[in-house]
Design a protein around this ligand. Structure first.
Ligand SMILES: *Cc1c(COP(=O)(O)O)cnc(C)c1O
Length: 365
């Protein structure tokens, strides 16, 4: 028997979550963001659940090729644009739309020999200070692009740094509007947090919204809100089984560094899942976990291939009992990836992207 760990992708949950994004921004067209191999779910597996989107947004040219191979004929957007001039040839061949965020990318376009003009998304750096033209340089970039025979339609784009938090999006929206209000072209501004928290504002709900994390069933503004609040469902389950149990006496310790010491007699289970599977090593004692669908917590340090769980609330559990690290458990039980991420000092994004290649992943039955 193979080691009893596996990851499941829930196609129905992906489709459900996408529908939530549509409901939150009803007039917009919807990019399904599938960068990072669909946030760790696998592009081909996720495609089945996300093909109701209006387009796919990603970073990697190989991922764009993959989407075309899967049969997608609609829009595909490269969120970081081209990395070198010859990428433009692939954009022509695969009909990819691409972000233009720096002057060099305009130079490459100007030198590109193409039969068909390309559609671009001109990105403004409205305050995130990652990619894009600052407001003072944006209109000149627009004018340069507009004059190029290599360029077809120009759309306008920016990215919010604080759509999930207290600072919000008003300052960036103001910068964007002050510079670009009268420029023609479709707009794309909102990520998941902006769709859910601000999607009904007319300035945000414009032409294209970009749904990433919400599609995969993690709340972009957790812990302020959880997936139940937003009506999202986990798109990934990581599950394993107990491969041993131990009976502890008061004073006994568990695992490397003896970081957990039993105060009273208790039973623990050993789970075939460790940090080499992508489970976060920073998850300390009491990170939530389900055993046979019952919520309990981890004890002691996560090691490379194993972790320990408290069996006090599940006295009948034994070798072979099902352990849900996150996602859907037996009997309709559920553990949000965000709960695990919080206990490990990280975010759902990182956990779902980090499931290790040694964990077999498949679409759930
Ligand atoms: C990753 C990304 C998104 C999606 O962000 P989520 O928070 O996952 O919705 C949207 N826009 C850009 C430019 C991105 O890089």
């Amino acid at each position: 028997m193979p080691r009893p760990i596996e990851a499941l992708v829930h196609v129905d949950a992906l489709a459900h979550n996408l529908a939530r994004a549509r409901a939150a921004a009803p007039d917009a067209r919807l990019w399904a963001v599938v960068k990072a191999n669909a946030y760790g779910h696998g592009i081909a597996r996720a495609y089945e659940g996300l093909r109701g989107a209006d387009g796919f947004a990603l970073l990697d040219l190989a991922e764009a090729e993959r989407i075309r191979e899967l049969g997608w004929r609609g829009p595909v957007l490269l969120l970081e644009g081209c990395f070198e001039p010859r990428d433009l040839e692939l954009c022509s061949r695969l009909d990819l739309w691409h972000v233009v965020h720096c002057a060099e990318q305009i130079d490459w376009l100007a030198a590109h020999k193409t039969e068909r003009p390309q559609r671009v998304f001109l990105k403004m750096n409205s305050g995130m200070n990652r990619l894009g033209f600052v407001p003072g340089a944006f209109r000149a970039a627009y004018a340069r692009l507009a004059a190029l025979p290599q360029v077809d339609e120009i759309s306008l784009m920016t990215h919010f740094s604080d759509a999930d938090g207290a600072r919000g999006i008003a300052h960036q929206l103001a910068a964007f509007e002050a510079t670009a209000a009268d420029l023609p072209g479709e707009r794309s501004l909102a990520n998941s947090a902006a769709i859910l928290r601000h999607g009904l504002r007319t300035e945000v709900r414009n032409d294209w919204v970009r749904a990433g994390i919400l599609a995969y069933g993690s709340a972009p503004d957790f812990p302020a809100h959880d997936i139940r609040h937003w009506g999202l469902e986990p798109a990934m389950t990581l599950r394993s089984r107990l491969i041993a149990t131990q009976q502890l006496q008061p004073g006994d310790t568990v695992g490397y560094g003896s970081t957990y010491r039993a105060e009273q007699a208790m039973r623990i289970g050993i789970v075939a899942c460790g940090y080499a599977d992508g489970y976060p090593r920073h998850a300390g004692t009491d990170t939530p976990v389900l055993v046979d669908g019952v919520r309990t917590g981890t004890v002691g340090r996560v090691s490379m291939d194993m972790l320990a769980v408290d069996l006090t609330p599940v006295p009948d559990a034994g070798i072979g009992s099902e352990v849900t690290l996150w996602g859907r458990g037996p009997g309709g039980s559920l553990l949000a990836i965000d709960d695990v991420a919080l206990a490990a000092g990280t975010i759902g994004y990182e956990l779902m992207c980090a499931v290790a290649p040694r964990v077999p992943m498949r679409v759930a039955d």
